[in-house]
Structure formats: C-alpha cells, structure tokens
Design a protein around this ligand. Sequence first.
Ligand SMILES: *Cc1c(COP(=O)(O)O)cnc(C)c1O
Length: 416
Amino acid sequence: MNYPNIQAEDLAVYEIIKREEQRQKEGIELIASENYVSKAVLEAMGSVLTNKYSEGYPGKRYYGGNEIIDQAETLAINRAKELFNAEHVNVQPLSGSPANLAVYMGLLNPGDKVLGFSLDQGGHLSHGHPLNFSGKLYTIIPYFAKKETEIIDMDEVEEIALREKPKMILAGFSAYSRDLDWKRFRIIADKVGAFLFADIAHIAGLIAGKQLENPVPICDVVSTTTHKTLRGPRGAMIMCKEKFASAIDKAVFPGVQGGPHDHINAAKAIAYGEALKPEFAEYSKQVIKNARALASALQNRGYRIVSGGTDNHLMLVDLFGSKQITGKEAEKTLEHVGISINKNMIPFDPRKPMDPSGIRLGTPALTTRGAKEKDMETVADLLDSALIHRTDENNLAEIGHQVKEFSLNFPVPGIE
Ligand SMILES: *Cc1c(COP(=O)(O)O)cnc(C)c1O
C-alpha cells in the first residue's frame, strides 16, 4: 500500500507509518493476539464508509441515508451466521471489552455473580479485573487450573458452581493453551440455572477454520474479537441464541454504544468471506501445527511449556522455572533483537504480574506470512540464542541481523 496523500499532507504521520511498516516487516511477531489483515480488509477500513452515521440496526435506523450501509451490515451478519452456525449475530461491538460489557449488561444486573477463569491463570481483564467494569460492577468468583496438570479442573468448576449458584458462567481466556470442554460447561450451567457465555476472542479463527470445536451452538451467548486469529479488522461481535437477541442488541445499542463503525463492519464482512474459504481452514490448521512445532522445539532446548504443550495457537513458557530468566527480562531482550512477545503470569506463579515467570508466544501472525513447522526451529534458535546472550551486546546485534534476514523471507500483506 502507498500513502501518497498522507505523504503530501502530513509528513509526521507518514513517517510514523513507514517506521511501523519497517518494524512489522523486519520483526518476528510472536504476540498471540496479533495478526496481519489482508489488503482487502485494509482497503475497506480506509474507505468512505467511515463517513456515515447509522445508529440502530439494518431497517431500523435513527439516521437517514442508510439503505446501502444496511446491505454491508447485513452481509457481515449473514456471513458470520454461516461461519459460526449462529442464530443471531450483532456485528456492531467496537472491540472485545465493550462487547463483553454489552453481554454482562444484556444478561445480568449489577452485583450478580459470575464464574470466570482466574485472571492470573489466563482469563481476560473483562472477566473480573478489580479495575475493569466487570470487577467493579459484578461479583466475580474465579475458577482455576489444577496445580499438577495446569489444566482447568472441570470437577472443581462444577463444585464451585453448585456452591456459589452464579447467574452466569464465563468460559474463555487470553492465555491458556488447552481446549475447553464446552459440553461440560453446558451441563454445569444447566445444573445451576446459569447463563453460559463463551468469550472466544483468541480462538475464533481456529473455530471458524474448523480446527477447534464450535461453542456457538452449545452456549447461550458467545463474544469474540475480530482482529486476532480471525484475521479481520480491530473490532468484535456477539453471537447468541434467538431468545437473547433483543437483550443483546439493546445492550450494544443504546446500552453501551452510539453509532457503529460502518467501514469496520464492511471490513468484517470481507474477513468473514475470507474465513469461509477453504484456504482459511488450511491456515488455521497450520497455525496449530506451527504452535506445536514451536512448543516442542523450545522443549528440546530445555524450556518448560506450561501444561506440557498446546492444543491451539499459543503457549506459555515457564522461563523462570526452567531458565531462571524473568518474563520482563525476556521481553526486553527479545524486543531488542526484533522478536515481539508478551511477558505473562503462569498458573500459580510465585512472581508478580509486572515481572512474572512466564512469556506467552503465539503463531497466528507468522503463519499468515507463510511460515511452516521447519521455520519454528529457526525461531526457537533465534529466541534461545538471544536469551542465552542477553548481556552480550555484540552477540545481540548479530542475532538482530539474523532476525531481520529471516523475517524478510516472509512478506506482510500491504507492505512492499
Ligand atoms: C483480547 C480479548 C478481549 C478484548 O479485546 P479488546 O478488543 O482488546 O477490547 C476480550 N476477551 C478476551 C478473552 C481477549 O483475549
């Protein structure tokens, strides 16, 4: 993509875009929540659809002139329904956190009890962080992974649910590498009369690509971001059973939001169209193969992978436990050589959130650029060398060159 008009009108922003292009092109992206969208998605986000106001829903708007916008939103909705086998879809949520706020508002009253995966073990801020709306407005009861296996213990989830009688059970995560047992969650929710809410922000693309079980037919409500494994624009959507449709739609608008972002909704339609193609199933299969290859390449180099491996696109590495390096130290060292990762708590972490024992790695972005299993060996080597030589500036500079050389083999859509 070229930006001649930005270049002519605003050199400061143009140069920022060019520097970020270079960083993306020359770096190894292992942040599990990031991806590279297609040129078609980029174009839709830059289109004149951004000029429109469309409060309300297709056919029932509070603004005139929406007959064409209605077609874009309806297209996105219909493709999402097909992709996830959903009864009802709302594509208007501006991002994952506001989508979750709308789900809480649509189903609960302030103070109601919600069972969610403990944040320090892989849950998301919007699943009950004390500074987030979820933790401030609702009574959050956490469930945990089992200490020996580092896998969620469904018997314990059932025990807590029977004891606490929550109004809603939330299943979903930002940092957990194992499959969730959706059917067991359903059984538990039914036993205590709770709503079952799945937040599939991280794994939506793997579900759309038919590599993981689809919770949409099993749960009452499902939210997802659209910009992670699903590889669409930054945004979110909510899918639900028909009987919750009106509550969810009212909670999104006028409950939480005003006008939808019509250019983004058109980009969502494009991304869903891409995800319906057979190539996307191939892509999501490769994401998981690459994650498994990276996990075992790291294990072979003496790194302990939390729970012993991965079923999805991400893994947690117990760096402090296996290498006496902290997550913060690793993040800084790896950033220095052009490898992007997150420091992350591991289950039962003896260390603090700002300098935890672990790091989180994911393969969606590198897989979009065309990397395969054998490339994960190279990635593991580069990461390992950087950590080994973390105090040796000359060595780090050389590793930085190798990272750049490796990355330039894999094009990023939209960057020349
Ligand atoms: C990323 C994420 C979100 C929030 O998404 P934002 O778009 O950053 O607000 C919500 N839930 C889960 C599980 C996530 O991983």
